[in-house]
Design a protein around this ligand. Structure first.
Ligand SMILES: [Ca+2]
Ligand SMILES: [Ca+2]
Ligand SMILES: [Ca+2]
Length: 439
């Protein structure tokens, strides 16, 4: 039993968890846009990070292919872009296909560029492909559209990832899942196979073209991408051993926080530092902090990057939704905390993030039923949205009533019995120890 668990047991026996939980109720999760019929249902993501200071627009991606803008200043919805022809009708309510991700170019203010991750068919009757495309907002720039990257999904209709964003050096990160087909953990055996794109997060330069003869591929592999182990590793692969990293984030220090949706047992968060040599998150040998149940489990691989936080399914949590390290001003007490949630339970938590590590334990902020995505604005504010945009919910923001007290695991311990030393140790507990603990 580690220090953390001992203190948790002490706190529980002292009845202090309940007090700490009630103190969190002063974070407000406020619905700012009600359900609106023309934009109902099957929202996959939200972003407000246009890289334009003071931009009040939020952008919702929907499975069927439309991008809907919501202007917080005017309270109005409008269609930003219709990409249904690119999705080509492959998205249904029973699969995980469609328009899944969107990111604005760091230079959007002058070049008007934005990127989407979607699945569709580029030829009638042809294979379903995952694609990243670049489009141009005609109000901001010129340059039209370009296919950046694509790969055949080989019949996969689930675990196709879909998150994209830029890292601090302006390279594009693309998350693609293991392409599972419900027949068992990583049935394609791709998680530990670096010769393909599946089960990976890719890193590419979308402003170079290493494929001059292929009009669908317009990118190059950055020279500083890691060299990964295995036979014929694809140089695009940046992080591997993931199942379905649906929503991730680049932290302020440049670390990549991967939120990998688990199979039947664990949800997990893994912080991959920019200079970390271990880039194997373990799937399908490992699910969270345990060997994967169901036949594929095994020992930790040599280049394993263990999860920094894992949680089980016992409390109704079943599908992690990664969020952001909060950098806004609406909830000053949350500054520097990573906020995330769970799609099935709707629970939303925060945990302090310092120097590339989680510090202390997660604590509950509230609940948004059928939570599907967090989004960040250009000003660092946090928003969230639901998959089912119908009755009862829409777009949410986080505010404070000024009385919000962040629960401090260390201070809880000191409150119990004056264990100042133990509290200090817990505060500085390195992430690799926290990783072995299901919280
Ligand atoms: Ca793979
Ligand atoms: Ca090309
Ligand atoms: Ca893992």
């Amino acid at each position: 039993m580690g220090v953390g668990k001992t203190l948790a047991a002490l706190a529980a026996s002292a009845g202090l968890f309940a007090a700490a939980q009630s103190a969190q109720a002063t974070v407000q999760i406020e619905m700012i846009a009600p359900p609106t019929a023309p934009f109902a249902n099957q929202v996959t993501g939200i972003t407000g990070k246009t890289n334009l200071a003071g931009d009040t627009r939020l952008f919702l991606t929907r499975k069927a292919g439309s991008i809907t803008a919501y202007d917080q200043a005017t309270g109005t919805f409008s269609q930003f872009r219709n990409l249904q022809p690119y999705v080509g009708g492959v998205a249904t309510s029973s699969n995980e296909l469609g328009l899944l991700g969107m990111a604005f170019d760091p230079g959007y203010a002058t070049n008007g560029h934005y990127y989407v991750y979607l699945t569709g068919r580029t030829t009638a009757g042809g294979p379903v492909e995952a694609q990243v495309l670049r489009f141009t907002d005609p109000l901001k720039g010129s340059g039209g559209e370009a296919s950046i990257w694509k790969t055949s999904l080989d019949g996969a209709a689930n675990h196709v990832g879909g998150w994209i964003d830029f890292d601090a050096s302006g390279k594009l990160l693309i998350a693609i899942g293991d392409g599972g087909d419900f027949s068992g953990p990583d049935s394609r055996g791709t998680g530990q196979d670096n010769s393909d794109f599946f089960g990976s997060i890719l890193r590419i330069d979308p402003y170079a073209d290493a494929f001059p003869l292929d009009s669908a591929l317009n990118y190059a592999v950055p020279g500083d991408n890691p060299v990964l182990p295995g036979a014929n590793p694809a140089p695009e692969v940046f992080v591997y051993g993931v199942r379905n990293p649906y929503r991730n984030t680049v932290a302020p220090d440049g670390s990549l926080i991967v939120a990998d949706v688990g199979n039947g047992a664990r949800e997990e968060l893994t912080i991959v530092g920019a200079t970390d040599s271990n880039r194997n998150l373990g799937w399908a040998l490992r699910e969270g902090d345990i060997p994967t149940p169901g036949g594929s489990g095994g020992a930790e691989p040599a280049d394993y990057q263990a999860p920094d936080l894992a949680y089980g399914h016992g409390a109704g949590d079943r599908a992690i939704i990664g969020g952001f390290v909060y950098r806004g001003s609406a909830v000053p007490e949350l500054f520097g905390h990573y906020v995330f949630g769970d799609q099935v339970s709707g629970n939303i938590w925060a945990i302090r993030y310092e120097n590339g590590q989680f510090v202390g334990s997660r604590f509950l902020l509230g609940n948004i039923p059928s939570l599907v995505s967090f989004g960040e604005t250009s000003d660092g504010e946090l928003v969230a949205t639901r998959f089912a945009f119908g009755a009862g919910g829409g777009i949410y923001r986080f505010t404070s009533d000024g009385n919000f007290a962040v629960p401090e695991p260390a201070s809880w311990a000191m409150m119990i019995s004056g264990l100042g030393l133990a509290g200090g140790l817990m505060r500085r507990r390195p992430a690799f120890q926290a990783a072995r603990r299901v919280v």
